[in-house]
Design a binder for this molecule. Structure first.
Ligand SMILES: *Cc1c(COP(=O)(O)O)cnc(C)c1O
Length: 635
């Protein structure tokens, strides 16, 4: 039976588009040629305008059969860790100058072929430095009944190549870093370590890659080695089709984690929980001390409100503790439906849908709505749950400068026309400032994209009656998607989305965090229902909160600290992480509970003290706290 070598090279405007080589049986030739031709003519990089196919006969006697190298994979987190793995393997192979060898990759970036490097004196052995050595005339051995490949299997091709390279005389290893900007993987291959795929050897988007063949032998044998690499016809047997992600390098996971934590501590970015032994009110008990709480999102004090608590108790008595199922199976109680109605009415929309938390709401909503091909325009300071929701969707994420309408419009113009969503916090969770919603709405209208607003810190806080951002701006028209949480001013737990009936029905059928999680418990539902009722019927508590905020800011300003807010969040800018921690500790000594916000919640070197005022604070408490804060900063 005769074999043929088939090589295809396709280019467009003299730029390489696609290439392939195969060793085939005669009866496979037409179909495989057709498949390669079709690949070149329908390539993602563009339709080739020059296609070269070369067919040569291969005498069975000239064909060498070798076994594929055993394959293993190592997952690493950074290119540095990846390089470290290579150095370890080189040292296992008895190669001491690994670091020097890795530096030689800089020479490969412009080459199509590989460097042939003598590991003893690090001299380059290839006759043409510009071209390098091209390992060629090889394929995976296969049965006659294979189907023509419609696309490249990069993994398989790499194993075939590596197996041939390390079979060449005097080659002791090959190291490869992909030169495709979209692939960050690479490998090291050697006879006794096999083919070790490394998950990260460079950063995404980096076009630099290449190959180095490591040679250890007499100089007079170099020609024999090159001849094997470039001329010997080779079929590689038992090539696996998919990479398996089994790690063979023992890495000490716990030690890695410890290293990470140690680093955090050194940078003053290490975080711990603090145990409170009382209810979350204007004052809390912490380490046995009564402290003024200036860090709670329970802005209206409703989480510890007597009426709210009683309604939760009643709900437990009637419905029990857990809901027993997800909403679409057995987990819809009348309380869920009542709360959805009440929320829709409060936000003046057609319908509403509950989620277990605000975080889950953002994940579920954004990933259900934004499909592949969509553009999400997201404010750079949006809450982490919005960011995670965007990541979970298959849309492209475009970040615009914080609340900057010129930046937003520039991005909208860049991608128009498109299917898109503008998403923003209503009140930004760290700085307490308010999104420019009227302008966002008119831009969304102009560019025909959806708008979504996260009212976590707006509901119960801004607008004369605490109805949120639309009331604050006295807007008639609403954003398409209004989401929020029940866990902040409403003092309970849960997330929600308000909008038109069709949107809500769509989300009920598609949002995975809604569908695949047990629904909220009766106590949380009843508490939120009662809290909402109090908010609607006693808007005076919102006015009290707003008055407290103004009193707090004013006292800070009188004492030389710049402070300003239209929400309940008052950011006090400090900057340096260590200094911020010192002030936080100092205030703790004085029984003021306030949190330092650091990277990654805010940018590095932009640490703040985030004060959150409550409606249940007295004016005297607030003024005293403001004075103590100012004194601690100036200490
Ligand atoms: C707190 C918060 C959330 C998450 O809400 P949870 O109910 O706590 O999960 C979402 N978005 C913003 C802006 C928030 O501040």
């Amino acid at each position: 039976m005769s074999f043929y070598s088939l090589k295809m090279r396709a280019s467009k405007n003299s730029q390489h588009v696609s290439g392939a080589e195969k060793i085939l049986h005669e009866q496979e030739l037409p179909a495989q040629m057709n498949a390669l031709l079709s690949r070149a003519l329908h390539h993602a990089k563009g339709q080739a305008d020059f296609i070269n196919m070369k067919i040569e006969t291969v005498r069975p006697d000239d064909l060498e059969y070798i076994n594929a190298l055993p394959v293993s994979s190592i997952m690493v987190n950074t290119p540095e860790e990846g390089q470290e793995v290579i150095l370890q393997y080189l040292s296992k192979l008895g190669i001491k100058n690994g670091t020097e060898i890795m530096k030689r990759f800089a020479d490969t970036y412009t080459m199509r072929g590989a460097i042939l490097l003598d590991i003893n004196d690090l001299s380059r052995l290839e006759p043409d430095f510009g071209r390098g050595i091209r390992a060629t005339y090889m394929d995976a051995e296969h049965s006659l009944d294979r189907l023509p490949d419609s696309c490249k299997n990069h993994f398989q091709e790499a194993i075939v190549l590596a197996s041939k390279v390390v079979a060449a005389p005097h080659i002791i290893a090959e190291i490869c870093i992909s030169d495709d900007p979209d692939y960050v993987t690479g490998y090291i291959a050697a006879k006794n370590i096999g083919y070790v795929r490394i998950s990260k050897l460079k950063n995404m988007g980096c076009p630099n890659g290449g190959r180095i063949f490591l040679y250890q032998g007499p100089k007079q044998d170099v020609d024999k080695c090159i001849n094997y690499l470039e001329k010997q016809r080779v079929l590689v047997c038992h090539v696996p089709y998919f990479p398996n992600e089994k790690s063979i390098m023992p890495i000490n996971y716990i030690q890695q984690m410890e290293k990470y934590l140690q680093n955090k501590k050194e940078l003053h970015l290490y975080r711990q929980t603090r145990e409170i032994t009382s209810a979350q009110s204007a004052h809390v008990i912490y380490q046995g001390r009564r402290m003024l709480m200036l860090a709670s999102n329970n802005y209206l004090g409703l989480s510890n409100n007597t009426v709210v608590k009683e309604s939760a108790e009643q709900a437990i008595k009637k419905y029990g503790c857990g809901s027993g199922g997800s909403r679409l199976t057995t987990g819809t109680l009348s309380l869920h439906n009542q709360l959805e109605c009440a929320l829709a009415k409060f936000k003046n929309t057609e319908a509403a849908l509950l989620f277990n938390t605000g975080y889950m709401a953002n994940l579920g909503i954004i990933s259900a709505i934004c499909q592949k091909g969509w553009i999400i325009y997201s404010d750079e300071l949006n809450h982490a749950s919005i960011i995670d929701g965007c990541r979970l969707s298959s849309a492209r994420i475009v970040i615009y400068n914080h609340n900057n309408m010129d930046s937003l419009e520039a991005k909208l113009r860049e991608f128009a026309p498109c299917h898109g969503l503008i998403v923003t916090d209503a009140v930004f969770s760290m700085d307490g400032d308010i999104a420019s919603l009227p302008q966002i709405m008119s831009l969304s209208h102009k560019y025909n994209v959806l708008t979504m607003v996260d009212e976590a810190h707006a509901t119960g806080v801004i607008g004369p009656n605490g109805k949120g951002i639309c009331e604050y701006y006295k807007m008639e028209k609403k954003p398409d998607i209004l989401m929020g949480t029940l866990s902040k001013s409403l003092g309970s737990e849960g997330g929600y989305v308000c909008g038109c009936k069709i949107l809500i029905d769509y989300l009920r059928n598609t949002a995975r965090s809604y569908i695949f999680s047990t629904s909220q418990s009766p106590a949380a539902l009843a508490a939120a229902l009662t809290a909402l009722d109090i908010l609607v019927n006693h808007p005076g508590i919102v006015k009290k909160l707003q008055k407290n905020v103004q009193c707090f800011c004013e006292t800070l300003r009188i004492n030389g600290i710049s402070a300003n807010s239209d929400s309940a969040i008052v950011p006090i800018k400090i900057g340096d992480e260590a200094k911020t921690i010192r002030i936080e500790k100092e205030l703790f000594q004085q029984n003021i509970f306030l949190t330092a916000i650091r990277y990654p919640t805010v940018a590095k070197g932009a640490a703040i003290l985030r004060a959150a005022v409550m409606a249940t604070h007295t004016e005297a408490e607030i003024q005293l706290a403001a004075k103590k804060i100012s004194a601690a900063i100036n200490l």
